[in-house]
Design a protein around this ligand. Structure first.
Ligand code: UTP
Length: 286
């Protein structure tokens, strides 16, 4: 069985839920305090063992490239000002792994975005981390590590899921399960954003390991919900597919309230900000 060596991070979407900030600023670059969301995801891919990250962008989102490019003159400037820690950090970011950029020139949906990586991926399984879904598992393996471990056992495409409220099922791809074995769920199929009667409460939340046979299926997948080529529609045509109920707190950074919760939670997790943030919140409540 081939190892998962490559990760795909789709980041070409328009981010209309976060306008006007996302006119000009890619939503994947929205900072969680001082660290862009996308950096969390590239680090998650590297820590899960990926050697290469393929970032799906568009012409309008080329600013993303600036963040990951090595700028030695800037590092030298920071060192000359005694800012060695920042110089080390921007060097670390620029040398994390090989980053390849693939362009999605028309916004035809997530399935279409993934299809754009066909040549860059070739014939191997790959990890997908959605550019606006942040998952933090403070004291254990990341969502991507959990999924890759499950993939290594099954050898089949596998979706990262968590249970959501009945009300929330209409926002996500929802799993139709056959059987459950601990956190691993064998799937019959799935339904994209069901308006009513969802087949379960398990929602696909921005993490996947996908086998390369998906590309042939994507090529023949017709536009579905919203006129977009849905990844879900191609995934459910695979011969065999699993879901994994991963451990971790998930934040939807493309949603305003999701973004607020991420900032508060991560500030409370940081030694330099915890006390100040807590006392600020306590004062507000009083
Ligand atoms: P979303 O549906 O959340 O992104 O896609 P969006 O279209 O940018 O969001 P809104 O609804 O307009 O606010 C999830 C991820 O897939 C990427 C997005 O960049 C996001 O990271 N995506 C989506 C693409 O790369 N291409 C697409 O055609 C659609």
């Amino acid at each position: 069985m081939k190892k998962v060596r490559k990760a795909v991070i789709p980041a070409a979407g328009l981010g209309t839920r976060f306008l006007p900030a996302t006119k000009g600023l890619p939503k994947e670059m929205l900072p969680i305090i001082d660290k862009p969301t996308l950096l969390y995801q590239v680090e998650e891919a590297v820590n899960a063992g990926c050697e290469e990250v393929i970032l799906i962008i568009s012409k309008a989102k080329e600013d993303i490239k600036k963040f990951f490019v090595r700028e030695e003159s800037y590092e030298e400037y920071l060192r000359s000002k005694g800012q060695n820690e920042f110089a080390d950090e921007i060097k670390r970011i620029a040398t994390l792994c090989k980053i390849t950029y693939v362009y999605q020139n028309e916004m035809k949906g997530l399935g279409h975005a993934i299809l754009c990586t066909k040549d860059a991926i070739g014939d191997e399984p790959f990890l997908v981390i959605l550019g606006d879904d942040l998952v933090i598992n403070k004291n254990g393996p990341t969502a991507s590590e959990q999924l890759i471990e499950a993939y290594n056992k099954t050898g089949k495409s596998i979706l990262g899921v968590q249970k959501v409220s009945l009300e929330a099922t209409k926002k996500y791809g929802i799993v139709d399960p056959i059987s459950e074995d601990g956190r691993l769920i064998k799937m019959k199929g799935m339904v994209e954003k069901p308006a009513s009667n969802p087949p379960s409460l398990y929602a696909a939340l921005g993490r996947y390991v996908i086998t390369s046979d998906i590309f042939d299926l994507l090529e023949t997948t017709k536009p579905g919900k919203g006129g977009e080529i849905q990844l879900t529609d191609a995934l459910k045509r695979l011969d065999s597919i699993y879901a994994y109920d991963f451990i971790g707190t998930r934040y939807d950074i493309g949603d305003k309230f999701g973004y607020v919760t991420a900032i508060i939670d991560l500030a409370l997790d940081r030694d330099d900000l915890r006390e100040k943030t807590l006392s600020f919140i306590k004062n507000k409540i009083n």
